[in-house]
Design a protein around this ligand. Structure first.
Ligand SMILES: [Zn+2]
Length: 309
């Protein structure tokens, strides 16, 4: 969470989980600078995940401030909080990906529990790429950076070379690449990084951890990590793996908790779709059940389609 001074009060960037503990921390933080809830004039949300949106309804009520976010995430938030359809979609994708029913049930149950932590609200205003938000230290430009979430946004202040990076850039980890049907989330994430790499940034203000510097080396490491993962998947498929479940088991050679399993599974799926869109791997079945490193030609023979590293 960040508070940025603006005319007549503050912009709050992100909220925390919708817990009382988080609320008390924010309450104490405001008191320590002599501010009241009504001094918050605007609530900007980087993306829909509950550790960023959880307190939005409560804080909007207290501050009467408008809530701003990108439309894509508002649409997905609506779907996640609408009922069991998204959970059923996940179960279907897991089962088709070769996950045993018991594990698919456990992962879906955990997903449902987490989905219940997403708050249900409608934003007051949608933020689009290129919009500007004024503050005491100059304007912040909205940069829409899909990948981790479809409407994830960063804010850039060129006067101070500051980047509020949300979950797009976090110091010690590479953020999870979300999987959504019909989207090439990894390509979107990499394109987002490409855009951010063109900015002059001295300090990165992430949603998790401390502010840090070194955006360009961070981006280079993240790009390398995803290319390494892509090559690893190509090799595993060439070695005979076929389902996403087999790939998860080979990449993480340990028992994963249901949430970690879901994150690992969807991360691999988004990499496979990225590779398939570039002719580097091939999907079989409609809807997709198996993946391969080779395409089946119309004559029924196999042709190698593995791009050598
Ligand atoms: Zn997130």
């Amino acid at each position: 969470m960040y508070l940025v001074e603006q005319a007549g009060g503050y912009t709050l960037i992100d909220t925390a989980m919708g817990t009382n503990e988080a609320f008390i921390v924010l309450d104490q933080g405001l008191s320590s600078i002599g501010a009241a809830w009504t001094d918050i004039k605007r609530i900007v949300v980087s993306h829909l995940h509950p550790d960023h949106t959880g307190l939005v309804p409560r804080l909007r009520e207290l501050s009467k401030a408008p809530v701003l976010m990108n439309r894509q995430d508002a649409i997905l938030l609506d779907q996640v909080t609408a009922g069991p359809a998204k959970a059923e979609e996940l179960r279907g994708v897991l089962v088709r990906g070769g996950v045993e029913r018991n594990l698919a049930d456990a992962v879906t149950a955990t997903y449902t529990k987490i989905a219940s932590a997403f708050p249900r609200f409608q934003p007051d205003q949608f933020l689009d790429d290129g919009e500007r938000l004024n503050s005491r230290i100059g304007p912040w430009r909205v940069i829409i950076t899909p990948g981790h979430a479809p409407g994830h946004l960063c804010l850039y202040n060129s006067d101070r070379k500051l980047l509020f990076s949300g979950d797009q850039v976090i110091e010690d980890i590479t953020p999870h690449i979300g999987w959504l049907p019909g989207r090439d989330s990894l390509a979107e994430f990499l394109e987002s990084l490409e855009r951010l790499s063109k900015l002059e940034v001295e300090t990165i203000l992430p949603s998790h951890g401390q502010p840090f510097s070194g955006l360009k080396p961070w981006i280079e490491r993240a790009v390398r990590h995803h290319e390494d993962r892509c090559r690893q998947l190509e090799e595993l498929l060439a070695g005979g793996a076929q389902t996403v479940a087999e790939l998860v088991a080979s990449v993480w050679r340990r028992t994963l908790r249901p949430l970690d399993y879901q994150l690992g599974f969807t991360e691999i799926l988004s990499h496979l779709e990225y590779l398939a869109a570039r002719g580097r791997v091939f999907a079989e079945g409609k809807p997709v059940e198996r993946w391969s490193a080779r395409a089946v030609s119309v004559h029924g023979t196999f042709s190698s389609a593995i791009r050598k590293p």
